[in-house]
Design a protein around this ligand. Structure first.
Ligand SMILES: [Zn+2]
Length: 1081
């Protein structure tokens, strides 16, 4: 070592000694802003990339000849009808309307000679509204959306012959989001909107220019959105600027050069689906989707066309983009397509078979989940899954409700019972108080059942497939400790549409960036939602859990808005419950009676459709409610006819009887029932028994000791009193409610129950949807007028009070107390007639009660949900208005008060104050929402003990009053009063509710053939534990049983159940929903 001479290193380049010129640093903001100028419209468009987008355009005659036929009024005629009319010449620049009208265009195209050999020929059609391209022989091909959104239809190669070719365009005079005036989407539609046909031209597109536009758009996004401290951001900015500098206006060669530069950032494969073949692990699964509200800012009738337009688009795109996978929900929309657009339905079916088009969701529509009854939720799945199975050979695995306003607590159980163990939503990202803490988690129902829930971190189901959407799929992911993967649900939505070619092209670049420079989460297209969940399922045991409802901290007004529609929902659910029970009995009693399955299907499909998440919640325009009113009217008419037929079979005359001796009471509730029933203007009978028909005896009372009395004290106080309760009413208010057996006052001293209160109701934006927290600060008590005697009968007394709300609105409320029936809890009933003509006011009624608890209970589907009565945390406070079904209850140890209702869904309990929400008056999107007269009933039910079966049963009874009927003969009477054909025996746990009795869907005498028929007759029973404890019981039937099975909601037999002597035992876990299929011999 040592002694060597050190050698000088030679210079490796010709690095000059002297600096040749000053070089400045790139000023980031300015260079970034320059990027969009390269493809911006306006002052630059003639000199930037846009100037090279087309290689030629042909418009006007002879290349584009237009003729039109205007469909009368608001009709939506078929193709055959439309083309049978005479068309008159028209041209670009003409106006068409008014709102909701339809215009059919005969479009004759002749491609000019100089465009015949161009690479890509399209028809560009823009009339600023929705349209559909049809072939001249009546095949619907593709939807069009105006305003530049989806205006291109690719001409078939057969049009490149220089000859004339005819197509038709069906124009719908509404935008994607209806016909709101001005820029405010939710304002009631302007009935007089007209639409200008801006463009109808044949365009030869320059594909290089178009591709370069997408290249620089996405690289530009990387420059704008990647963090400034990343080299990836700086390289993006550099690349964009190099592209801009390489561009030469008019030079097709320069386009190719620019695209070559772009490849440095996005890689070489973005022009095809090959970009997804790099084999590198992706974390984001992109899935095309198209959310179509079944009604909203447009009527149901328009949705039928929206589905056809949107889904045709997707079938077209799938032919051009092999990576496009598309998921779409709502069996109802598929059914409309099948009936009205068989050509499109067949195309969809082909794509389903290819595994590209994915029916998803398993439900009839994307329904509200707060208000439908338990059985309605069951039928959403039953009708949905049966449709998917019978039409596509497969049931869905994922429940899909990206846009519904909150998710009730039993859904995971019902999903599992409907063959689905996955759930997708994202609406909770709209919470305006608390941020929901998870992206991927196990969601657990009241009974402990779980589903894997994923909420796409991009927080949208209508992603524009922007660079930012892909980026947020990681940056907003809240469950990275467990799993980093996510779904990106992209495509135009709400009003329909679905992915556009731009979306798919953009995502190719995003993938290219991930594989070339990195940093952006790697996206993959080509998989299904099921593939995504399949992988999650493998590690689902590591996911965090969320127990109970997914309460949505917004749209709380939707429990109340459009009261009539909600009332119809409750009434039709009850009617269907009654009819299915009675028709089941009739069809087994008399084999010649045909169980009216088609009618039931039609009725259920109407109910389920009206539970759509903008219909039942009250957030649609008037037109939609005019339609739903018609659906319900038809339903109640059909119900009347069915009941008439059943009555004949059972030996019942529908006329009311005035003598008790031969009358019976119709009771559809499944427990021993005892109650009063009016038999004439003045008299009542006591109905008592178990089963669908109850014996009557005359209600007797003596002069000396009447069962219920009405007294007037000094100071305008009325005292209504029976054996159990003593009620003081002054000026319409309940100032005292004394429970004699409990020896306790229900109303706190100095407080008044049944107090009407009114609030200012001006939410931040979404009028029909939202009631905002600050409305509570505007509470005003409505002073009532004088109370008068209304009724003084032996079995019932009542007083009436009129309360003025304003010059335009008032309430007439009857407070009544009936004679107490031994062994049955008595309650105070209120029936209100409200004439309501307010603007942005919220009417509620209050019940301060002398009960203390930090939690109140609310009936929900198949159970009870508890919610805080305090505002400890922001999560507690967010629940200042919640959903209720038939009862809300506030109980402390040993005692409680329930408020029953017959058609309401909004409630709040704050401290010891219970408050039932009655009516709202939003002016958008329906300016007439809830104006008019309403009849609403509720009751104050005090009870000993905590919440128990008394409340559950009285709430059912309050909603299902006994009906007086007379048998056709004494023999018929005896048969009616015989042992009920099916019942829960009296020693069964009282928390059990036999909620549904229906015939098996596929019984050979019932089936409509959509799925294979099954031999023999069967009866399906749905029983649940209503109170949250282990519940045992016995089902007894007089029918001759061959076999009993426990099934899921889809009536698949899961396990056999032992039976003997017409009986079988049941044992349910807390809040379990159990379905049994009883096969008859
Ligand atoms: Zn929606």
């Amino acid at each position: 070592m040592g002694g060597e001479t050190p050698t000088q290193s030679k210079p490796r380049s010709e690095y000059p000694v002297l600096a040749p010129k000053p070089v400045g640093q790139l000023i980031s903001d300015i260079y970034k802003d320059r990027i969009s100028q390269f493809y911006a419209r306006g002052q630059w468009e003639k000199n930037n990339l846009l100037a090279m987008m087309n290689e030629g355009v042909a418009s006007g005659e002879p290349h584009v000849q237009l003729a039109v036929w205007d469909a009368p009024d608001q009709t939506r005629p078929t193709f055959e009808d439309a083309v049978s009319h005479e068309f008159k010449k028209t041209k670009v620049g003409e106006w068409f309307g008014p709102s909701w009208s339809t215009h059919w265009f005969k479009v004759t195209l002749k491609v000019p000679g100089d465009l015949l050999d161009k690479r890509l020929l399209e028809l560009h059609w823009d009339a600023n509204n929705e349209g559909m391209v049809w072939t001249d022989d009546g095949k619907p091909l593709q939807g069009l959306t105006g305003g530049g959104e989806r205006v291109e239809w690719v001409l078939p190669d057969s049009f490149r012959d220089g000859k004339e070719h005819t197509i038709y365009v069906e124009m719908a005079c509404n935008g994607m989001f209806g016909n709101a005036p001005g820029g405010d989407l939710i304002q009631p539609p302007d009935p007089n909107k007209f639409f200008r046909l801006d463009r109808a031209e044949v365009v030869a597109v320059n594909p290089d220019a178009r591709q370069l536009w997408i290249d620089i758009w996405i690289i530009g996004d990387a420059a704008r959105e990647f963090p400034a401290d990343s080299w990836e951001q700086h390289k993006a900015l550099k690349t964009c600027n190099e592209i801009i500098e390489a561009f030469e206006l008019g030079s097709k060669e320069s386009l190719k050069k620019c695209r070559k530069i772009a490849q440095q950032y996005i890689g070489p494969n973005v022009d095809s689906a090959k970009v997804y073949d790099s084999g590198k692990e992706a974390v984001v699964t992109g899935i095309g989707h198209c959310h179509i509200d079944s009604c909203w800012l447009w009527p149901f009738a328009e949705t039928k066309r929206k589905s056809a337009r949107s889904w045709s688009n997707q079938c077209n795109l799938m032919e051009r983009y092999p990576e496009l996978n598309f998921a779409c929900s709502q069996a109802q929309q598929y059914k409309w397509l099948k009936e009205l657009y068989p050509y499109v339905f067949e195309r969809v079916k082909t794509k389903v078979a290819e595994g590209r088009f994915h029916p998803i969701g398993g439900s009839w529509v994307e329904h509200d989940t707060n208000m439908p009854s338990g059985e309605s939720l069951v039928r959403q799945f039953l009708y949905g899954q049966r449709f998917f199975e019978s039409n596509f050979g497969k049931r869905c695995q994922t429940f899909w409700l990206p846009d519904t306003f909150g998710y009730s607590s039993q859904l995971p159980q019902l999903c599992r019972l409907a063959g689905m163990n996955r759930f997708l939503t994202q609406k909770l990202s709209w919470n305006n108080i608390n941020k929901f803490p998870h992206t991927t988690f196990n969601w657990v129902a009241l009974d402990g059942s779980q589903v894997i829930c994923h909420m796409p971190p991009s927080e949208t189901y209508t992603a524009e497939a922007h660079f930012g959407d892909v980026k947020r799929s990681m940056s907003q992911h809240k469950s990275l400790d467990q799993d980093a993967t996510s779904l990106l649900v992209f495509g135009k939505g709400d009003g329909g549409g679905g992915p556009t070619w731009q979306h798919i092209e953009k995502l190719r670049r995003c993938r290219g960036i991930s594989d070339t420079v990195g940093l952006l989460p790697r996206i993959h297209l080509g998989n299904s939602v099921d593939d995504f969940f399949d992988r999650l399922e493998l590690k689902a045991d590591t996911f965090v859990t969320w127990y109970g409802e997914l309460y949505f901290e917004l749209h709380r007004g939707t429990y109340t808005t459009q009261a009539n529609n909600k009332r119809n929902n409750r009434k039709s659910e009850l009617v269907l419950r009654d009819l299915e029970l009675l028709a089941t009995i009739a069809s087994i009693k008399d084999k010649s009676y045909k169980y009216p399955k088609k009618d039931f299907d039609d009725m259920w499909e109407s109910v389920l459709l009206c539970q759509f998440h903008d219909c039942l919640p009250g957030s649609s325009i008037r037109m939609a409610y005019d339609e739903s009113d018609e659906f319900y009217a038809k339903l109640f008419m059909t119900a009347g006819a069915i009941l008439k037929d059943i009555s004949k079979v059972l030996g019942v005359a529908r006329v009311q009887t005035s003598t008790v001796a031969d009358g019976v009471a119709l009771n559809t509730l499944p427990w021993h029932r005892k109650g009063l029933i009016d038999i004439s203007e003045t008299e009542a009978a006591v109905a008592c028994g178990h089963g669908p028909f109850l014996k009557l005896r005359k209600f007797k009372t003596s002069e000396e000791k009447p069962e219920v009395t009405l007294k007037k004290l000094a100071g305008g106080i009325f005292v209504l009193e029976n054996n159990q309760l003593k009620v003081h009413v002054k000026d319409g208010l309940v100032t005292s409610l004394y429970d004699k057996s409990a020896e306790r006052e229900v109303i706190p001293k100095g407080k008044k129950a049944n107090q009407y209160v009114i609030f200012d109701d001006k939410p931040l934006y979404w009028q029909a949807w939202d009631v905002e927290v600050y409305h509570l600060d505007t509470r005003k008590e409505l002073p009532a007028g004088k109370t008068k005697v209304h009724e003084e009968k032996n079995h019932r007394v009542s007083v009436v009070t009129e309360t003025k709300i304003s010059d335009k609105s008032h309430i007439e409320a009857v407070i009544s107390l009936s004679a107490a029936v031994d062994g049955e809890q008595s309650y105070v009933e209120v029936e209100s007639k409200v004439v309501w003509n307010e603007t942005m006011k919220f009417l509620k009624v209050e019940f301060p009660v002398d009960v203390r608890s930090t939690e109140a209970s609310y009936e929900t589907q198949f159970g009870v949900v508890k919610r805080p009565t305090h505002f400890n945390t922001s999560w507690d406070m967010a629940k200042f208005e919640v959903c209720v079904h038939k009862f809300a209850d506030l109980s402390e140890n040993g005692y409680g008060v329930s408020i029953l209702n017959d058609s309401k869904y909004g409630f709040a309990t704050t401290g010891s104050l219970m408050r039932l929400s009655l009516l709202r008056s939003p002016k958008a999107p329906d300016a007439t929402a809830d104006m008019g007269t309403h009849r609403i009933r509720w009751a104050i039910l005090p009870h000993e003990g905590s919440l128990g079966h008394t409340t559950v049963r009285k709430a059912f009874e309050f909603n299902s009053p006994l009906k007086l009927v007379s048998p056709t003969s004494s023999a018929a009477r005896a048969a009616l009063l015989d042992t009920p054909p099916v019942q829960l025996t009296s020693d069964s746990s009282p928390s059990l509710v036999l909620d549904t009795v229906k015939r098996g869907e596929d019984d050979e005498d019932v089936s409509r053939g959509e799925l294979p028929k099954k031999k023999g007759q069967s009866v399906v029973l749905r029983i649940y534990d209503s109170l949250g404890g282990r519940a045992r019981g016995t089902v007894a039937t007089t029918w001759d049983i061959k076999k009993v099975s426990k099934t899921n909601l889809l009536e698949d037999e899961l396990e056999e159940v032992a039976f003997g002597d017409g009986k079988f035992a049941i044992d349910l876990r807390p809040f379990e929903v159990a379905t049994y299929k009883v096969q008859l011999a």
